[in-house]
Design a protein around this ligand. Structure first.
Ligand code: HEM
Length: 576
């Protein structure tokens, strides 16, 4: 087995989202303990993006459409400190926070432009140097933006003064064509109603029956056979791509029903792969809207029905037509005798029973698919990559999986054992640690309804964008200590039973709008980690460092290309 030397990891600014990514470089720890490795950073324009700049919530980065793919490498913390040093030399606002270097009229436009392809690293450095881990980015032509990595501020925005921080019109405008009035894109009463309804989807029973069945079926049908085929054929496979397909099919089965179809999948005229491609394109174009220097540009293109806006309209139509057709089919099926519709307890059926019109159901399903599709695959991609860099951690995870998560023989999948999954503490810790360094949602923004003052004294004006920054928070020494840049899952095992505050680790957001799918995500990620790791050893083919690309959902630029080897089965012990 190849051992890996410490290497730089990539980060790249991207369309939606805002800041730019970072990644941990790491090496195998010879002591057999959990590895601890100083992260390195590469900031680059991603391949399918065009440079970046930006700030925006889960989809908000600004994009420089002419940006070339210029990588800027720097050891993460050295980089942070250098940037911090410069920031300290820059202008300091009257509040207790740093601001990028600013000038009359243009504000911090120049610094912003200079750093537009490395926003994640730039913001992280500025935030680390700020006494209160908050910065204000105020530049000509853009909304005043407060970016914070301060847990008290994050709690204030997401919980204490939740009502003052809706997603807001700038956000909902950008995603409106794709998401319509679905839960992801609405505030106030409309959000609350849907939240209540959809919460049912995450009950223990649904998790066991629908999610468990969907996971097993998809793993048996595609994921595991594809990896066996790659191992047998000695061919390179893109694990990120496989995981994305897997997550998409699973969430479609859960949202639309189909987990109960004997051996089959979702009954849909359109192949799921075409639907997935439509989602990809529509999400990317919507993200680019959020990144446009002036909103009027995409609005004009939309009005004229040209360019990317025309493509967006076409892809959204593919999505809506396919889901609407499915909804109508589902409503016909509901009229069949009870025996024929046994097991149909999906989101769609429940919304129909509650009296929602078909269009509203369609919007809800689109939001649900968007929420559940790329997040888990993103987290798992980085997790698997980290396992290849920290073989000692992988060994501990494997021992625990063998002991806790059932006894799957060769070629036989281990069922989704919720109890065993909950007991897998080392695996849980490794996943949390992977997401601390590579959060699937790198940044997320709200828009202030009224003037406010954050707990650290930062003034917020009505209409300002307020961005909390999971990516930067995962790297703050003020939060995680001097080893904040190291991949060290053991830090999670030392935490008190109630874990870490969601406002220090807002990877799943926090407060009333916290991610509804968190438990489902862990069940899914543990299932996949177990199904893959116990059968296969993955070995990346590229020596180069992956880039973290924070689109609407973050991903690894270029995918995770690996060679696959079948693993010998072993036994382990479980920390019960
Ligand atoms: C590692 C996996 C996941 C991560 C890191 C994650 C993270 C997040 C974050 C940060 C938000 C807030 C986004 C915003 O308000 O702009 C969110 C919301 C949401 N997530 Fe997840 N998510 C994950 C998996 C899932 C899955 C598998 C589902 C299942 C469908 C899901 C369903 C939702 C829903 C429905 C919301 C909207 C909640 C609301 O607005 O009230 N998530 N998630």
């Amino acid at each position: 087995m190849a051992s890996w030397d410490p290497r730089r990891v990539g980060v790249s600014a991207e369309l939606a989202g805002a800041p730019v990514g970072v990644a941990p470089g790491s090496h195998q720890n010879e002591g057999g303990r959990m590895a601890s490795d100083r992260e390195r950073t590469v900031v680059a324009g991603g391949p399918d993006q065009q440079g970046a700049s930006a700030v925006e919530g889960g989809l908000g980065a600004l994009v420089d459409p002419d940006g070339d793919r210029r990588a800027i490498e720097a050891e993460a913390f050295d980089s942070s400190r250098r940037v911090a040093g410069r920031a300290a030399a820059g202008s300091c606002s009257s509040d207790d926070h740093l601001a990028p270097r600013s000038y009359p009229v243009v504000g911090c436009l120049l610094d912003f432009y200079r750093n537009r392809r490395r926003l994640l690293a730039w913001y992280t450095g500025l935030l680390a140097a700020s006494p209160s881990q908050t910065i204000v980015v105020d530049r000509l032509g853009a909304r005043r933006t407060v970016v914070t990595a301060n847990p008290a501020n994050v709690e204030h925005i997401l919980k204490a003064n939740f009502g003052n921080y809706p997603k807001g019109k700038p956000f909902t405008d950008v995603l409106g064509d794709l998401l319509g009035g679905g839960i992801f894109n609405v505030d106030g009463e409309r959000w609350y109603e849907q939240r209540k309804l959809v919460s049912h989807e995450f009950s223990a029973r649904v998790m066991r029956e629908t999610v468990g069945t969907a996971l097993e079926r998809e793993a048996r049908a595609r994921l595991v056979p594809a990896l066996y085929a790659a191992a047998d054929g000695g061919v390179v496979v893109d694990v990120q791509d496989l995981l994305r397909q897997f997550a998409f099919n699973v969430i479609c089965r859960v949202a639309l029903g189909g987990a109960d179809d004997a051996g089959g999948g979702v009954e849909m005229a359109l192949p799921l792969s075409r639907l997935a491609a439509a989602f990809d394109t529509a999400a990317a174009i919507s993200a680019r809207r959020g990144a446009a220097p002036v909103a009027a540009a995409w609005k004009m293109k939309r009005a004229l029905g040209v360019g990317s806006e025309r493509r967006l309209r076409e892809e959204v139509k593919v999505i809506h037509d396919a889901i609407m057709e499915f909804i109508r089919g589902s409503s016909r099926r509901r009229k069949r005798p009870a025996a024929a519709r046994r097991g149909r307890d999906d989101l769609l059926s429940r919304m129909a029973a509650t009296g929602y019109p078909d269009e509203a159901i369609c919007d809800m399903v689109v939001s649900f698919i968007m929420a559940g599709r790329d997040t888990t695959s993103s987290a798992l991609t980085w997790f698997f990559w980290l396992m290849t860099r920290h073989r000692d951690v992988e060994q501990e995870v494997l021992d625990e999986i063998d002991a806790c998560m059932g006894n799957g023989g060769d070629g036989i999948l281990v069922g989704v054992e919720l109890e065993g999954s909950r007991r897998a503490r080392v695996l849980h810790a490794a996943l949390c640690e992977a997401m601390r360094l590579y959060p699937p949602v790198a940044w997320d923004s709200k828009h202030a309804a009224e003037d406010d003052v954050l707990p650290d004294g930062t003034r917020v004006g009505r209409g300002d964008r307020v961005t909390y920054f999971p990516y930067g928070m995962g790297r703050m020494e003020a939060i995680w200590g001097a080893d904040a840049g190291d991949f060290r899952p053991r830090r999670w095992l030392a935490l008190p039973p109630d874990g870490v505050s969601p406002f220090k680790y807002p990877v799943f957001q926090g407060g009333p709008r916290t991610c509804l799918g968190k438990e489902m995500a862990f069940v899914q990620m543990k299932f996949v980690a177990s199904a893959v790791l116990r059968r296969f050893e993955l070995r990346p083919v590229a020596e180069g460092s992956p880039e973290f690309v924070p689109l609407l959902t973050a991903h690894m630029a270029g995918g995770l290309k690996v060679m696959v080897r079948k693993r010998q089965r072993r036994n382990g012990t479980c920390d019960r």
